[in-house]
Design a binder for this molecule. Structure first.
Ligand SMILES: NC(=O)C1=CN([C@@H]2O[C@H](COP(=O)(O)OP(=O)(O)OC[C@H]3O[C@@H](n4cnc5c(N)ncnc54)[C@H](O)[C@@H]3O)[C@@H](O)[C@H]2O)C=CC1
Ligand SMILES: O=C(O)[C@@H]1CCC=N1
Length: 275
């Protein structure tokens, strides 16, 4: 059984898609008593849903959610920061509480300017967390204890893999693994569409495409081989795969990937107000 979190109370501000995925992981792995997980979920029906589904304490009042908490997960949208994280809510946060942000494009400097004197850990998870296959990068700010970082690793480690990084790399991480599931779903959908064009039933085409992505990712992770080596193993000289790869290269699939990552980096700067 997973080691319990060394927290008396864990609070969330925001219980949307990502907040829920993390809550599902924590409660599923029994990392702490669900009743000691408090979620400020903004809307009563959402608070009730989270309580009924996971046993957590769902609230509309963020101040009540954070009171006496040892760690506070910021899981609202970046655009909500200035309107939500202020006034009475900031005052209700206990002096020693660790702030754990999953928000894209919101810097540790910005968060530290709101929650003055608090240790801040910035992270970038991704949606496959919801099925225990997430990838979360963890960037601790200055003065964060090793114990707090380990707690963050436990929280995200119960629903996927974790990687410690420096904050300077987090926008690149966002562009690769944070947004990456979006790119992969587009590619699965496209491959499935192409399968339908070739005569396969839709459901079969989606299963074939999705399992191919999942299995190929697993091969990279488990063999430790460079993706190009694994690609060569599928590609017989003069065979069928190389004909397909040539068509993909003609479609500039690699260039599209560079462009996608650059577009996310640009958008992150815009959201940070730097452009
Ligand atoms: N969706 C993704 O793939 C990823 C998202 N993130 C980050 O996670 C954060 C949350 O994203 P999602 O969960 O996808 O968004 P979401 O829209 O599903 O969740 C945001 C939640 O905040 C709630 N909310 C609105 N006003 C509030 C208030 N005053 N107090 C408390 N809660 C309030 C909304 O009702 C909603 O449930 C964002 O900052 C995003 O950048 C990070 C990694 C991946
Ligand atoms: O699209 C977004 O803003 C978030 C950040 C990483 C993935 N989704």
């Amino acid at each position: 059984m997973a080691e319990k979190l060394n927290l008396k109370k864990l609070a969330f501000i925001g219980g949307g898609a990502m907040g829920e995925a993390i809550i599902k992981g924590i409660t599923g792995a029994k990392l702490m008593d669900p009743a000691a997980v408090y979620v400020g979920a903004h809307r009563q029906e959402r608070a009730d849903y989270l309580h009924e589904t996971y046993g957590v304490t769902g609230l509309v009042d963020n101040c009540e959610a954070v009171r006496d908490a040892d760690m506070i997960v910021l899981a609202i949208k970046p655009q909500m920061v200035d309107s939500v994280l202020r006034g009475a809510l900031v005052s209700a946060v206990p002096g020693k509480a660790v702030i754990l942000s999953i928000m894209g494009s919101v810097t540790i400097e910005k968060i530290s300017g709101i929650f003055k004197g608090h240790p801040v850990i910035r992270t970038m998870p991704n949606t496959p967390l919801a099925v225990g296959a997430g990838m979360t990068a963890i960037a601790p700010g200055n003065g964060v204890s090793e114990e707090a970082v380990k707690t963050a690793e436990q929280i995200f480690g119960c629903c996927g893999e974790t990687l410690r990084i420096q904050e300077k790399d987090i926008e690149a991480v966002t562009a690769v693994s944070g947004c990456g599931p979006g790119y992969v779903y587009v590619m699965i959908d496209a491959l499935a569409d192409a399968g339908v064009m070739a005569g396969l039933p839709r459901a079969a085409a989606i299963k074939l495409a999705a399992q191919t992505f999942a299995g190929s990712g697993k091969m990279v992770l488990e063999t430790g081989k460079h993706p190009a080596v694994l690609r060569d193993m599928v590609t017989s000289p003069g065979g069928t795969t190389i004909a397909g790869i040539k068509a993909l290269e003609n479609g500039a699939v690699r260039g599209a990937m560079y462009n996608a990552v650059q577009a996310v980096l640009n958008r992150s700067e815009e959201l940070k107000g730097n452009k």
